[in-house]
Design a protein around this ligand. Structure first.
Ligand code: NHR
Length: 199
C-alpha cells in the first residue's frame, strides 16, 4: 500500500479502508491526509453483513477502483459482482499455482525453481480471477519463506503500480467473457530461466 501511495499514480486515493483497526496502512494513510475507515469483520455476524458495511464505506468515497493490498477476508459473490472489472488484487504466487495462504511455503514445498506474483481482477472464486500482469523470480538454494517473500515483494512493488497505471489510463479492461484486454503493453519475449542454462 505504501508503494502504491509513492508511485505517483494518475489517481486520487480516495480512502484507505481496513478490516483491522491496528493495520499500519491506516496510520500511514492518515499521516498523508488520506481519509481512512475501519470496517471490523469481528463486529459483523456474517460475511454478508461485513461485506455490506464494507461496500457502504467504499461507496461513500465514490471509488472507481477497489485495490486490495494485504486484504485477508474472502469476499462474497455479491460484493465481488458490485465491483466487477473495478477490483484488483495482488497475490504472492504465479497463479494458478499456489492459491490461498502461505504461498511461499507452498512454493518451497513444491520445489519449483521459479516463483512470483500476480495482479488479477477479483472474481467470486478465490484467487482465480483473470491475470493482468505477473512477475517471476528465481527460487534460490537456501531460500527460506522469508528470503523468498522478500524477493517476491520487490516485484510486487513494481507490477502493482504498473497494473494500476494501466487501469487508470483505461488501457486494461475485463471483457464480458472475463478475459483481460491490455492495449499497447510492451511484450517481453525473452525466456526466464532458473537456474540459468550453461553458457
Ligand atoms: N475474495 C474473492 N471472492 N475472490 C478473491 O480472489 C479474493 C477475495 C478476497 C481476498 C486476496 C487473497 C490473497 O491474495 C483475496 C482474493 C484471504 C484468504 C483467506 O483464506 C485467501 C486468499 C486471499 C485473501 N482468508 C480467510 C477467510 O476466512 C482468513 C485468513 C486469515 O485471516 O488469515 O476469509 O491472498
Amino acid at each position: 500500500m505504501e508503494a502504491l501511495l509513492k508511485a505517483g499514480l494518475p489517481a486520487r486515493i480516495c480512502a484507505v479502508i481496513s478490516n483491522d483497526p491496528a493495520a499500519k496502512g491506516l496510520a500511514t494513510a492518515a499521516a498523508q491526509g488520506i481519509p481512512t475507515a475501519v470496517v471490523d469483520h469481528k463486529a459483523h455476524a456474517t460475511r454478508e453483513a461485513f461485506d455490506a458495511a464494507l461496500a457502504q464505506a467504499i461507496d461513500a468515497h465514490r471509488a472507481d477502483l477497489v485495490v486490495l493490498a494485504g486484504f485477508m477476508r474472502i469476499l462474497t459473490a455479491d460484493f465481488v459482482g458490485r465491483y466487477r472489472g473495478r477490483m484488483v488484487n495482488i497475490h504472492p504466487s504465479l497463479l494458478p499455482s499456489f492459491t490461498g495462504l502461505h504461498t511461499h511455503r507452498q512454493a518451497l514445498a513444491a520445489g519449483v525453481r521459479i516463483h512470483g506474483c500476480t495482479v488479477h481482477f477479483v472474481t467470486p472464486q478465490l484467487d482465480h480471477g483473470p491475470v493482468i500482469i505477473q512477475a517471476a523470480v528465481p527460487v534460490l538454494p537456501g531460500d527460506t519463506e522469508e528470503t523468498l517473500a522478500a524477493r517476491v515483494l520487490g516485484e510486487e512493488h513494481r507490477i502493482y503500480p504498473q497494473a494500476l497505471r494501466w487501469l487508470c489510463e483505461d488501457r486494461v479492461t475485463m471483457d464480458a467473457g472475463g478475459r483481460v484486454i491490455i492495449r499497447d503493453a510492451v511484450q517481453a519475449s525473452g525466456a526466464l530461466r532458473s537456474p540459468a542454462t550453461d553458457a
